[in-house]
Design a protein around this ligand. Structure first.
Ligand code: RIB
Ligand code: CA
Length: 308
């Protein structure tokens, strides 16, 4: 069976880095586009190039938006470090971006193919700009599988998840675009897929260079969750959005009408899913509620170790 064609829009980011390796293994990645999020755009772009060089991936990287549509840019150094990919020793990166026009790449690629999935795993700025510039792509893409939001607690605030909170206006455009198929992997789902010391040990035992690098990423990422939340497990948020495309059978989904709060003093960036029985509201996305975490972890470990 042919691998799904995707554009991975990301803000590497420890979990984005794993999503890049998983996408390279399970998909035909037509392009990686980068956005300001976990770190400033220059760093998220450098980190995407670093992962492509480290893993020997021949995938064009296009830099995108360096700030959200309206709100000030915000980053997540507590989770990902100042570079966005703290932990392992940083190799010299000699790859260059294919362009600084991620939005143009998204539009042209969506128009050149009939079945491209857009897989955004950072703030939705690039996707929103592409939809605004070229509304025709909404009907052309196979779907949008995003990591963002939550139908439970947030992470950056009690109500909002970082990707949506960082650019709520972009998220409002994407959820309101009327795409025929949108899958939402929110925190309620992604916290079911965690890595811990065992996964780091498994990667190190494989002896591979890429696996060792990712084990160092896991150790840094995990230390942050231990310190902030007293957890001995770190959620693999972004790989969930890739797996929702490649292995939907591992998930349960619920068709929901999801709206984005853009102005609430306490609720900016909250994804409000209408879960009332028989609400009658028109669903605009499939919210992921559960997944087979053991199978998902196996696919992640396989993808990382396959690059060595
Ligand atoms: O809230 C989790 C999301 O924010 C993930 O995509 C992570 O990489 C950060 O971007
Ligand atoms: Ca991300």
């Amino acid at each position: 069976m042919a691998k799904p064609k995707i554009i991975l829009d990301c803000d590497p980011g420890h979990d984005d880095a794993v999503a890049i390796l998983l996408a390279a293994r399970q998909c035909e990645v037509l392009a990686i586009t980068t956005v300001s999020g976990n770190a400033p755009l220059a760093m998220t772009t450098a980190n995407a190039l670093l992962m492509c060089q480290l893993a020997g991936l021949d995938i064009p990287v296009h830099a995108g938006a360096d700030r959200p549509l309206l709100v000030p840019a915000a980053h997540a150094p507590r989770a990902h470090g100042a570079t966005g990919l703290d932990g392992p020793p940083r190799p010299d990166v000699h790859l260059e971006p294919a362009s600084n026009d991620a939005v143009g790449c998204i539009i042209e690629t969506a128009r050149a193919h009939d079945d491209v999935w857009l897989v955004p795993v950072g703030p939705l700025t690039n996707i929103a700009l592409a939809i605004r510039q070229a509304p025709d792509i909404v009907e052309r893409v196979a779907g949008i599988s995003l990591m963002g939001g939550s139908v439970g607690p947030g992470n950056v605030t009690p109500t909002a998840e970082f990707n949506i909170w960082a650019d709520p206006h972009a998220a409002q455009i994407v959820f309101g675009a009327g795409a025929p198929l949108v899958r939402m992997a929110g925190l309620n789902l992604t916290h079911q897929l965690c890595v811990g010391p065992n996964e780091s040990a498994t990667l190190r035992a494989s002896g591979g260079n890429v696996a060792g690098f990712v084990a160092d990423l896991f150790d840094f990422y995990l230390a942050g969750y231990r310190e902030r939340a007293g957890l001995d497990a770190a959620p693999m948020h972004d790989p969930c959005a890739v797996l929702a495309v490649t292995h939907p059978e591992l998930f349960t989904f619920g068709a929901r009408q999801v709206a984005v709060e853009t102005i609430g003093e306490l609720t900016r960036g909250m994804t409000v899913a209408d879960e009332r029985p028989g609400a009658g509201t028109m669903p605009n996305c499939e919210v992921a509620y559960s997944l087979n975490a053991a199978a998902a972890l196996e696919l992640i470990i396989d993808a990382v170790c396959s690059r060595d």
